[in-house]
Structures are given as structure tokens and as C-alpha cells.
Design a protein around this ligand. Sequence first.
Ligand code: CA
Length: 220
Amino acid sequence: MRVLVVEDDDRVARGLLTALRHAGYEVHRVATAADALKAAPADVVLLDLGLPDRDGLDVLRELRHRPGTAVITVTARGEERERVLGLRAGADDYVVKPFGTSELLARIEAVLRRTRAHRAEPESDGPIQVGALEISASTRAVTLAGAPLSLTRKEFDLLALLAARAGEVVSRDFIVDQVWQAHWEAPSRTLDTHIAALRGKLGEHVKIETVRGVGYRLAG
Ligand code: CA
């Protein structure tokens, strides 16, 4: 597995390179946005959003067009706006400086698992399984811990969307677009109401987490 570290701070970069190599990754480091875009393809890009030559978010947007590359943004503490913009621009995850090596390695493993899972089963027709939840897209049947779960049409659409991206943050805009269609201006509260209803029905089995300022994540 190849990791590209985009980091202009030499001290931070050195620490990252040591930790990642120690964990068995093939690591390449660049210090500028220009070099990041010229670098050979990587499985995971660790992208510092504060780069000297260009906004890191621009780099993120360009990297998003490369299939098979996951991006984890790196921001300083207090840069909540950048983190949120990063997730909106398609980052797979983020870490906040200063972060521990074990946290970083866990996040890299998690995004690699997700990208591998996507590659292994693209557009599978089989049921989606997330923890105790099983959803059949073809029959629109849902079971929770083996028992049938009764959902309204929109609740089903919403749950199926989150379940297909389990573990990932799905933005509110994307959900509203997909579930309510872009031509209908769904009030933001409609989504909140449906999330609340789903949480009630899912109980303790499966959690829908709120990611403030971004959207929701179905935890497996
Ligand atoms: Ca920086």
C-alpha cells in the first residue's frame, strides 16, 4: 500500500514518514501542492490543507477525480471550517494536528478497508448488511436483528443511502438531492425529522451519527 504525504512542515513530515514506514507502508513525501498533483498514484493521500503554494482544498478537488485514491485531510486544531470544507469536497476522513500515530494508522486502515470494499463489490444487487441491519434494494425489505422493520418510503430511501456508505460521512446536501430530488426544495427540517424517526426505529442496534455542519454517518 502506497501513502503519499503532502506536508510542508519538515518536522511533522519526518515523524509521519517514520511512523508510516514502521507500519509497513510505502511512503512518498512532497511539500507543495504542485508536487502533490505530479506525484505517482497512491492508495491514500495524507493531505495537509495548509500548503505554501496553493489552497489544499484545490488539491483535494483534483485528487477526487482519481479513482482508487482515498484522501485524509490534515488540519491544525481550530480549523473546523477547513475540515468541514474538506469533507464537503470529498475527503474520506480527516485528522487534526497534533494527532497520535495510532489514531492516524487506524484512520488509514479504515479508509483502505472502505475503498477496497467498494472495488470488490461495485453496484452489488445483494442485500446490504450493516451490523444487525439487512437491506434488500430489490425487494425494499429491511430486517433488524432478524425481525422485519417497517419503514416509510422516504425512510427506506434514506436508510439505504446511508447503509450503502456505512462508516462514511454523507453530506446533508447529497442526501436531500438523492432522497428528495434536487427539483424539490426540501426544508432542512424534513431531513432531521426522518433521521429522528429512523433512529427511533433502529434503537440501539445501529447508530446514525450526526457529523456537525456536514451530515450523517451510519455506524456499523
Ligand atoms: Ca502546513
